[in-house]
Design a binder for this molecule. Structure first.
Ligand code: ZN
Ligand code: ZN
Length: 274
């Protein structure tokens, strides 16, 4: 595991994510984004008690989308109706709001960050084991279809219940609380595991940055402004359920420290071949 992967896998929430890291997949995911022309970025994890999407996911999605655009890629965001108000309010555009009747968007890379993936029983679960299926549409099905059609797929998650975690489902079952129930069976080509999914998004951008020799990460001020926009759009902390400037139960200070560390790595290391 390299330094970047170790920073991402810091597990302040003690969710048992460290064993889920697939060494080398962060690099592979970054390269897949660099190689693509058109990327779909899916996000949105609904918190039923609060009636809104959580603050983890959309900020990471925005950072990835901005980095991809800076490199000339076509970017499209994807969510479902329950989570759409947060993405719309943040101004993540263009946005596709999933419905079963829509045709699959054309893209050669599909990325999901903090987006539920179905468990073995076909239901969607929160990390606490609550059944979210009533509030969650089958965006994960599009990942399966896109993969069959030859697109590259990337999953970013922090709990074992997200799109992509099917790649390490056996480990989710053995190392994550409630893993037997919540483990997603939806696998992606590359999987980025982080203590918080937004960190995984930033980590991906950090790895892209060092590969192209160009700083693509948002500044800590920009990232703070993104979170302010998410909260203004109604997003809530997924752990506390509160509509405030925190993510996964951690105040902004924790996140800004992680981003600052990633910044240093992204600019310090020279781009590597292959
Ligand atoms: Zn999660
Ligand atoms: Zn999270």
């Amino acid at each position: 595991m390299d330094e970047l992967e170790r920073i991402l896998a810091t597990d302040p929430g003690r969710r048992g994510v460290l064993p889920l890291v697939v060494p080398g997949d962060l690099t592979g995911a970054a390269q897949a984004v660099l190689d693509c022309h058109h990327i779909v970025i899916a996000t949105g994890f609904f918190v039923p008690e609060a009636g809104a999407a959580e603050t983890d996911g959309p900020p990471g999605a925005e950072a990835i989308g901005a980095a991809a655009r800076a490199l000339g890629k076509q970017v499209m965001y994807l969510t479902d109706p329950p989570c759409a108000p947060v993405l719309l309010g943040m101004g993540l555009e263009p946005l596709v709001v999933f419905s079963e009747s829509l045709a699959l968007p054309e893209a050669d890379c599909w990325l999901a960050i903090e987006r539920p993936g179905r468990a073995a029983d076909g239901r969607y679960y929160s990390m606490r084991g609550a059944d979210l299926s009533q509030h969650c549409l089958a965006i994960d099905q599009w990942f399966l279809t896109a993969s069959r059609r030859g697109a590259r797929t990337i999953g970013i998650g922090d709990g074992g219940n997200e799109i992509g975690m099917g790649k390490v489902a056996a480990m989710v079952k053995s190392s994550v609380p409630l893993g037997q129930r919540i483990a997603s069976v939806i696998s992606t080509d590359k999987l980025v595991v982080a203590g918080v999914s937004n960190w995984g998004g930033w980590g991906l951008v950090a790895e892209m940055s060092r590969r192209v020799g160009q700083q693509l990460l948002p500044t800590t001020e920009m990232a703070h402004e993104t979170l302010v926009r998410a909260v203004a759009a109604g997003a809530v902390d997924g752990i506390t359920g509160q509509n405030d400037l925190s993510v996964d139960g951690f105040p902004w200070m924790i996140h800004t420290e992680v981003l600052a560390r990633l910044h240093r790595i992204a600019t310090r290391d020279r781009p590597r071949a292959g």
